[in-house]
Design a protein around this ligand. Structure first.
Ligand code: PEP
Ligand code: MN
Length: 339
């Protein structure tokens, strides 16, 4: 249920409504909009008092049910788009935020070289995996903690905030210590205990869509995070499994406008993993920007032919300036900038 409060009420009044909601057995979440403050009350309604009783309060304008199963993530609860702020970079506003970097961190020199190159072309966030989710247990699994050290150095040198993947709750402390954004990869989108864990973390989360997950599954996964109190969630479309074999995954372009309609959370696109080959990355990235994505996350490597992971789809650093120029031109056509 959403409890819409009357305009101009005090913080004490908001607290009073929250306390009543808690006493009725629900969890209150305050959402402050430009014009109105609302409180979303979440929890099982069976066996609990009817929240509509709150309509009797002087401070309450109305009490309305939320139709969508994802409550706090839905546009019903918050009509204005949310912005996620990452050390001076805002995702979900005018900029199409470009995040770029290697699939996995392979050496200090590699990550420093990529970080400098992508920064020079306008990327605002550095990506790079320390822990890699691999289909084969025999494939390179990432350098782990030492990679986190290299990423930290790259951030210190360039000032670019970092996004890196958290796969295992045992690594929370180490990853949180370094990451400015915690990535939850496609294979962990339905790892509900991990989602709740990052929901309690004090850092933004980049949540990637599962390989075989619907848009609603993705939004329900986001709800797990937001419900714990972390509303700094960025959703990422990265392609899904279909019968099509000419690409690695099928990039679901329609998911972008659908998500933008159903949730207030920012939506970005990973064009690298659905492409599976570097010559398709630019057209997919363009399509993403044209469809209204708030950003893209792209794999870039100094010498992709030597990459330990996803060699075929990484863009050489030497080609990244031209790539970024194309994205900049398209963003400006869409009335946006890449900063
Ligand atoms: C990645 O971004 O490094 C990655 C492994 O992506 P995904 O989880 O989307 O496969
Ligand atoms: Mn990859």
């Amino acid at each position: 249920m959403i409890i819409v409060l009357k305009s101009g009420i005090s913080d004490a009044d908001v607290q009073d409504v929250c306390q009543r909601i808690t006493e009725m057995g629900y969890g209150p979440h305050v959402i402050r909009g430009e014009f109105k403050t609302i409180v979303a009350a979440v929890g099982e309604e069976r066996g609990r008092p009817d929240l509509r009783l709150l309509e009797a309060l002087e401070t309450v304008e109305s009490v309305m049910p939320v139709q969508q199963p994802f409550k706090l993530a839905s546009r019903e609860v918050r009509r204005e788009s949310s912005e996620v702020r990452i050390n001076g970079v805002t995702v979900g506003a005018r900029d199409v935020v470009v995040m770029a970097g290697p699939c996995s961190v392979e050496s200090e020199a590699q990550v420093l070289e990529v970080a400098d190159a992508v920064k020079a072309s306008g990327a605002k966030i550095l990506r790079g995996g320390a822990y890699k989710p691999r289909t084969s247990p025999y494939a390179f699994q990432g350098l782990g903690e030492v990679a986190l050290e290299y990423l930290k150095e790259a951030r210190d040198e360039t000032g670019l905030p970092l996004v890196t993947e958290l796969m295992d709750p045992r690594h929370v402390e180490a990853v949180l210590d370094v990451a400015d954004v915690i990535q939850i990869g496609a294979r962990n989108m339905s790892n509900f205990s991990l989602l709740s864990e990052v929901g309690r973390a004090p850092k933004p989360v980049l949540l990637k869509r599962g390989l075989s997950s619907s848009v609603e599954d993705l939004l329900m996964a986001a709800e797990y995070i937001v419900k714990e109190g972390n509303s700094q969630v960025i959703l990422c479309e990265r392609g899904i499994k279909t019968f099509e074999t000419s690409t690695r995954f099928t990039l679901d372009i329609s998911a972008i406008p659908v998500l933008k309609m159903e949730t207030h959370l920012p939506v970005i696109v990973d064009p690298s993993h659905p492409a599976g080959r570097r010559d398709l990355v630019l057209p997919l990235a363009r399509a993403a920007v044209a469809a209204g994505a708030d950003g893209i996350i792209v794999e870039v490597h100094p010498r992709p032919e030597e990459a330990l992971c996803d060699a075929a789809q990484q863009i050489p650093t030497a080609d990244f300036p031209a790539f970024a120029a194309e994205i900049r031109a398209l963003a400006s056509l869409m009335g946006r900038t890449i900063g």
